[in-house]
Every structure is written in structure tokens, then in C-alpha cells.
Design a protein around this ligand. Sequence first.
Ligand code: NAP
Length: 455
Amino acid sequence: MAFASTNPATGEKVKDFETMSNEQVEQALALSMKAHHELKSWSLEDRAGAMQRIADILEDEAEELAAIITLEMGKTLKSAIAEVKKCAMGCRFYADNAADMMSDEVVETGGPATTYKTYLPLGPIVVVMPWNYPLWQVYRFVGPALMAGNTGLLKHASNVPQCGLSVEDVVRRAGFPEGALQNVFASVQQVGIMLRDERVRAATLTGSERAGSSVGSICGEVIKPTVLELGGSDAFIVMPSADLDKAVSTAVIARTQNCGQSCIAGKRFIIHTDIYDEFRNKFKTAFEALCVGDPNDPETDIGPLVTENSRVEIIGQVEKALSEGATRLTGAEAIDGPGYFYRPGILENISKSSQTYYEEIFGPVAFLFKVSSMEEAVTLANDSPFGLGSSVFTQDKSQQDYAIKNIEAGATFINSMTASHPALPFGGIKKSGYGRELAAEGLRAFCNIKTVSIV
Ligand code: NAP
């Protein structure tokens, strides 16, 4: 892995970073363990104080940090600023709520013993993260994990090295022990070394199936817990009783925000036949009105895709779908000129026999499907290897209940788009991974839930 910042809006490489030596990996492991021992001895109040200081720094420096995000992965500056502020909000949430989530819970067993559950940290955790929300993905680990007393060895995506370094810097300046969160420029092989090291107690990975399977296999071999947050191809269902204009405007954001590079983006739009034509026309008009361009321009809705490789992959998926019978309603093509710009687009008539039908497209391309009932919509929604989020637009209570009970996904949002929030557990089923981040579930995922019995 070569770590480098390349500006996706121009294609220019801005800065290179050296991969670590194995000696540096060893030093990072030793420091992570030392920091864990120190952090474990801190009170929850002290951890909360440092966590609030992280939030203060993020708020004070939101514009500078956002500029690094935009430079390295191309999202609009305004959305990057919103991402940094969300990180601050997440840190404050854990500063305020971790003590409750970690407080001992008495369990009556009917015998003479006093029995309770207590939550203890595990230790150093390997944290493998993707580039698409390069700060939020990391801070949603930092908040719960450091509050619990764990430490992190962050192997960030190779195209966002300065984002990774910024997290290490902010955590240190906030006053956490030296090494509580270290950015490591580690190769895949060095990630394996860390996962197998006895000082590392767990791993969390957000990314592709390929990377998740690799990290999960190693941790399986050496018996370490993992949380895997992988891809998604979320269904976005719209039924006749929905507020159609709201459904359309939400659908456009759900598919195109972050240049369509979100695991929980609505990707398959499943529309009831009675409103299909109206939805389709409004959706098309809204897609065509989106402004694609310089991510630093406040008028821009959509910046470039993250890399040329990513653009080539999306072009290939769209061409394959078209060659297998899909039709192009609008867009879905590369834009000539410097940078990795791509016009958001909509495809219809994607055949069930087409390979693309089952794939995630990690860019602003929507698939449109027509169905004649909620049952048919849910069957189509479930006809996917993934099971991350889902959105359903309907005012009909029985249809809402049916969707909540029957869609195979880690989340179902009724009359809004799927979104993460620090108070809500986040994660998927099927090929979207396992385990949960955020909320008490996310914090406890990396705790030793110790049973205590005292007679
Ligand atoms: P990716 O290639 O899997 O990269 C993610 C991270 O894994 C990067 O740090 C990458 O390092 C590392 N990695 C890759 N192969 C590895 C291996 N064999 N062992 C250890 N680490 C490895 O993912 P991506 O394609 O950049 O990211 C997009 C994917 O992430 C999409 O599928 C998206 O849906 C998913 N995602 C899921 C969530 C969620 O919460 N469920 C959130 C965001 C994104 P390098 O960069 O150095 O290759």
C-alpha cells in the first residue's frame, strides 16, 4: 500500500507517505498497550473531559480539517465541514453517555449471591477504515472505544493519510495518553502482524467484503472478536400513499450525497407502478439539475469520484448492465477533463440475470424498479447479498409494519433516508457484515462483559 494524498478534482498527487518498518509496527503495538494501561486507570470523568476536548478542537478547527478531507477524497467542502461537526457531536454524545452505558447492572438470580454485569475494556484494537467518511468512520470508533478504556491502532485507507494523521493529532492534543489512537502507515502484511500479536485484543473494519473477509479470517484463526461494516445496496421503496415530492427529493440526496459513495446510500429505488412514471420523471429532472464540479465551490452539489480506478470500475459496471439489457434514463457517464468527475445517472430495466443487479455501485448511479405491491417490493429488496439499511416511503401503517418485520437489513427508516446517529446502533446483516457500531451496542462490542457473583 502506498500512502499518498492525490486531489481527485485535479488528479494531482500532493504528498507521499512512507509505509512503516516492522520495528515501527512493534513500537506502535508497545505504545498502544502502555496507553491502554494508563487510560484504564483513568476515571470515566477524566475520559469524558478529554473526549469533550476532542469535540472542542473539532469544532474550532472544522474548516481546516474539512479542507484536508476535500483535498484527499473530493467531497464538497460544505459536506466535509458537516462531517467534522458530526464527529464533534458523536464525541460529545459518548462523553455524556458512556458512564451510563458502562455502569454495573445488577441481575437477580434468586440465590444468596449478589450478581451483576460489569463492563471492562479489552485493550488495543486494530481499526481498519475506508476513505468515504474519512473522519466520521474513525471518530465513531474513537468515541465509544476510548471512553471504554480501549486504545486504537488506525490503519486508514491509503488515499487519506493526512486525515488519519489528523485524528492522531487531535486525540493527543485533547489530552488522552500518548498512543491512545495511533495512525499507522501499515501494509496489508503488517495489519496481519498486528492482528496476530497477542497485545491486540480485537479488530474493527469498515470497507469491502474482500478486506472484511481477510481481517475476519485472521481474527478467526487467532480467536479475536471483530466488527465488520461492509458494503450495501440499500432498497428505497416508495408506495402510492407517500408524499411523492418528499420521497423524490430524499431519494436524490440518498443516492448522490458524498458523490454516491456511501455504504447506506439508497441504491435500488423500488417504486409502485401507480406512481412510477411520476416518480421517474421528477427523479430524472432532479438528477439533471445537480451541479457537478469544484468541491470547494459552495454552489457544487457533487464533487469528483475518489480515484480514477473507482471511476473505471463504475463505468465498467454500468456498461455491463447496459449490455445485459438495462436502459439509461439519464447520465451515468464520465465527464471529460481533469479530475475524476462523473455525471450522476439513472438506469432502468436491470435484469435479474445481470451480474450488476446483485452488486453495489459505489458512485451516483440509481437503479429504478417497478413493483405492484409492498410484498413484491420487499421480495425485491431482499433479493440482494447485502443487508445494511433500507428506506420505505408510505403513510400506510400496515405497510410500514410489514416492511419493518420483513426487510432483511440492519436498519429500516420509514419516510426518511437511512442515516447514522451516535445514539442508534449501526451495522448490517448478510454480506454487509456483522456486529454493531455506535450506541451502547457499539461501545460494549469491545468490552469484556464480566459476570460477577459475590456471596
Ligand atoms: P476497501 O478497499 O476494503 O478499503 C477499506 C480499508 O481496508 C482500507 O483501509 C484498505 O486499505 C483496507 N484493506 C484493503 N484490503 C485489506 C486487507 N486485505 N487487509 C487489511 N486491510 C485491507 O474498501 P473501499 O472499496 O475503499 O471502500 C468502500 C467499501 O466500504 C464499500 O463497499 C462500502 O460500502 C464500504 N463501506 C461500508 C460502511 C459501513 O459502515 N458498512 C461504511 C463505509 C464504507 P488500502 O486503502 O490501503 O487498500
